[in-house]
Design a protein around this ligand. Structure first.
Ligand code: MGP
Ligand code: SAH
Length: 251
C-alpha cells in the first residue's frame, strides 16, 4: 500500500538526488584542480577562472600572485571602454596582462610595465591568445624608475594590495598599497598625465581617495565606480581628470 510521504521525507530524497546529479561535474573539477597543481591559496580564484579570462582553456598562464591579482575580464573591459579617446594607455603594474589585453582589444596602443620578468612572459603568452600582442609594448622594469621617461594619454594603476589579506582590515588605507604608498604612486602617475585610473580594494578609505584630487591645483575631477562580478563586489575603480570626464585624447 502506498503511504503518503511527509514533506520532510520528500525534501531528504530530493536533496540526495540532486547531490548525486552534481557528483560527476564536481569530480571532474576536483580532478582538474589536482592535474593543474592548483595550490590551496589559488583554488578559490581557479574556480572563478572563466570570470578572470574567458579564454582560460586556450592556454592562459598565471602564477600565484597573478591568480589573486588579475582584474576580472568584465571589469577590465569596462575600464578599457572608459578610455575611448585615448591613443596610448600606460599600464604601470601589468601583472599577467588582464588589463593590458582589454586596453589593447579596444585598439589602443598599450605600454605594459611589470617588474617581474616571469609575469611579463605570461602576459605575452596571454596577449597572444587574445590576438592583441602587437598592440602592447611589454617592458620589464620598475614603474617608478621609468615614470619620468613615459608619455601617454591615460595612466592605469593596479598596484599590489598586499595579497588576499587586504580584506582583514576594516578600512584599507592608501599607505597599505605596495611597493609605495598610494600618494607616491599617484604622484608618479600625475607627472605623466592627470588622466589616471586606479583599481583599488573594495574596502578602500574613500575619503583618502578623494584627497588624491587635492594633490593637483585646481583639484582633479574624479568618479568612483564599484565593480561587481556575478553580483559580488570585487573592487573599486577611480577615474581622475580627463578619465572621469572621458576626455583623455591626445592634446
Ligand atoms: P579577493 O577579495 O581576494 O577575491 O580579490 P574574492 O573572490 O572577491 O574573495 P571573497 O572571498 O572576499 O569573495 C578580488 C579581486 O580583487 C581579484 O579578483 C583581483 O582583481 C583584485 N585583487 C585582489 N588582490 C589581492 C589584488 C592585488 O594585490 N592587486 C590588485 N591590483 N588587484 C587585486
Ligand atoms: N592588473 C594586473 C594585475 C596587477 S597586480 C592584471 O590584471 O593582470 C600588480 C603587479 O605589480 C604585480 O604583478 C607586481 O609584480 C607588479 N609590481 C610591483 N611593483 C612594481 C613596480 N615597481 N613596477 C612595476 N610593476 C610592479
Amino acid at each position: 500500500m502506498k503511504t503518503k510521504k511527509s514533506s520532510k521525507q520528500r525534501r531528504t530524497r530530493r536533496s540526495k538526488r540532486s547531490k548525486l546529479l552534481q557528483l560527476p561535474t564536481q569530480t571532474h573539477e576536483t580532478r582538474r584542480v589536482i592535474e593543474e597543481g592548483v595550490s590551496p591559496l589559488v583554488e578559490k580564484y581557479w574556480f572563478q577562472r572563466y570570470d578572470l579570462f574567458s579564454r582560460y582553456d586556450e592556454g592562459i598562464k598565471l602564477d600565484e600572485q597573478g591568480w589573486y591579482s588579475v582584474t576580472p575580464e568584465q571589469i577590465a573591459i569596462r575600464q578599457a571602454k572608459r578610455c575611448e579617446n585615448a591613443t596610448v594607455v600606460i599600464d604601470c603594474f601589468a601583472g599577467v596582462g588582464g588589463n593590458a589585453i582589454q586596453f589593447a582589444s579596444m585598439c589602443y596602443h598599450v605600454v605594459a610595465i611589470e617588474i617581474d620578468p616571469l609575469k611579463v612572459n605570461m602576459a605575452i603568452n596571454n596577449a597572444r591568445i587574445y590576438g592583441v600582442e602587437d598592440y602592447i609594448d611589454f617592458i620589464v622594469g620598475d614603474f617608478f624608475q621609468l615614470a619620468p621617461s613615459l608619455k601617454g594619454d591615460i595612466v592605469f594603476l593596479s598596484p599590489p594590495w598586499g595579497g588576499p589579506s587586504y580584506r582583514r582590515v576594516k578600512k584599507f588605507t592608501l599607505d597599505l598599497l605596495e611597493p609605495k604608498d598610494g600618494y607616491a604612486i599617484f604622484q608618479a602617475a600625475q607627472a605623466i598625465t592627470p588622466n589616471i585610473i586606479m583599481f583599488l580594494p573594495r574596502n578602500v578609505d574613500l575619503l583618502q581617495v578623494e584627497e588624491l584630487c587635492w594633490l593637483s591645483s585646481p583639484p582633479l575631477e574624479f568618479e568612483i565606480e564599484e565593480n561587481y562580478v556575478q553580483g559580488n563586489l570585487k573592487g573599486v575603480t577611480v577615474y581622475f581628470g580627463g578619465a572621469a570626464a572621458s576626455q583623455c585624447g591626445p592634446s
